[in-house]
Write a protein that binds this ligand. Structure first.
Ligand SMILES: N[C@H](CCC[C@H](N)C(=O)O)C(=O)O
Length: 271
């Protein structure tokens, strides 16, 4: 027996999502259903799906994130901004800010007009200057987990970088087994600005933006090129977002991602 679900389609800087309020948890939404909902021909079409669920660990809400292939991921930076605006709309825009639980840890969000700034979970597993063979090329690869794993490669000619080929090569590289990684390609465009392209795990393609990827690239630009906060990041979809951070003896603190989170349309879908 099919069930009709109300959803919102949203996007954060071109990274697009299906948003579902699953607090009643009356519908069991399995990975196969999620993959179909995200399918751009057989479903609504999105890079991923975000579920609002009841908090169980001191947050206001719980955020669950699934990639377009149906697999659950710990966190999504662009999705978290959309999640914050979506739950605010469910509460007649009366929330002054909020904190929500993710598999990567507690995330807090502040509303800045139609933009949202989120405080990210603490980055970890930073690794610099690994030389890895990818598609027959020796790449200098850096990596960090900003809620999900990211590989970062600096390039001169971003426009002509083989993002799909090298991205897939890094995504499935043994160095990042067993769960794999997202892959980011970065061009330095100024003393505190970068332009990036991202191949996303679970979308298995380049996306127009990747929030946790932007953060990864900004932090590694700090590590290797002395960038200071805030770092401006131009993404494939044309938006520029701001990454804030403080580097202390205990690592990175107050890591923030500030950018757009836009409603596109509301609809119903049969599952
Ligand atoms: N594809 C990522 C999750 C979504 C990350 C991205 N959409 C973001 O905005 O952070 C992964 O499986 O690690």
């Amino acid at each position: 027996m099919a069930t009709t679900l109300k959803f919102w389609k949203m996007n954060g800087a071109g990274n697009d999502f299906v948003m579902l309020d699953n607090r009643t948890q009356s519908v069991h939404i399995d990975n196969e259903t999620i993959a179909r909902l995200c399918d751009r021909h057989r479903g609504v079409g999105a890079d991923g799906l975000l579920l609002v669920e009841p908090a169980t660990d001191g947050g206001d809400f719980k955020m669950r994130y699934h990639n377009a292939d149906g697999g659950e991921a710990e966190m999504c930076g662009n999705g978290a901004r959309c999640f914050a605006r979506y739950v605010n709309r469910l509460h007649e825009d009366k929330l002054g800010g909020l904190k929500f639980e993710t598999l990567a840890g507690m995330i807090s969000a502040d509303y800045l007009g139609d933009q949202v700034r989120i405080n990210m979970s603490a980055p970890h597993s930073l690794k610099l200057n690994q030389t890895l063979p990818v598609e027959g090329i020796e790449l200098s690869v850096h990596s960090v987990n900003t809620g999900v794993p990211h590989a970062v490669v600096f390039v001169e000619d971003l426009e002509h970088t083989n993002v799909r080929g090298l991205g897939a090569g890094l995504r499935y590289h043994t160095a990042f087994a067993p769960k794999g990684t997202n892959a980011n390609f970065v061009k330095i465009t100024g003393p505190n600005s970068i332009s990036i392209r991202t191949y996303e795990r679970g979308v298995e393609d380049e996306t127009l933006a990747c929030g946790t990827g932007m953060v990864a690239c900004a932090l590694i630009a700090h590590e290797l090129h002395g960038f200071t906060s805030p770092v401006s990041v131009l993404v494939r979809g044309g938006d520029t977002l701001q990454i804030g951070f403080q580097k202390t003896a205990d690592g990175y603190q107050n890591v923030t991602l500030h950018g757009p989170a836009d409603f596109v349309f509301e609809g119903t879908v049969e599952v």
